[in-house]
Design a binder for this molecule. Structure first.
Ligand code: DGP
Length: 122
């Protein structure tokens, strides 16, 4: 699985393209989706070069994996969609590859919230 250093999220990570940043730490960057599908639609990405969840789960270090999952929790709280914050929760999903409908080849977790998300799969 070869990582394309010129994918759009790699450019965002390098600061070559702007984003509406929500949160950043050693392991993750989170920002608002450019084309929001719900009232709240954010993306959480690892800082490391991982094409997708298959790549990350096999090659990511334990620190990176913990960092990403923790990051998702932090971002959900910051956005006010965490069940701990609003009692209603949100949906997080990851698209992997062609069948998953992945468009950007850098692993990203979507966070949808702020309203009922609806059917899990359409
Ligand atoms: P996916 O289909 O899972 O690969 O989702 C890619 C998402 O990335 C899609 O919801 C739109 C978003 N996106 C694509 N290009 C940009 C960009 O330049 N900036 C931001 N903030 N989001 C982007």
């Amino acid at each position: 699985m070869k990582y394309d250093k010129n994918n759009i999220f790699a450019k965002i990570l390098r600061g070559e393209i702007p984003c509406k940043k929500i949160y950043e730490d050693e392991f993750v960057l989170a920002f608002h989706d450019v084309n929001p599908q719900k009232k709240v639609h954010a993306l959480v990405i690892p800082k490391g070069e991982y094409v997708n969840l298959d790549d990350f789960s096999s090659k990511g270090s334990e620190k990176e994996i913990v960092g990403l999952i923790k990051g998702i929790g932090i971002v959900a709280k910051k956005l006010g969609v965490s069940e701990v914050v609003n009692g209603k929760g949100y949906r997080s999903l990851v698209n992997v590859g062609e069948n998953g409908g992945q468009e950007v080849p850098h692993l990203h977790f979507h966070i949808f919230g702020g309203e009922k998300i609806g059917k899990m799969v359409s």
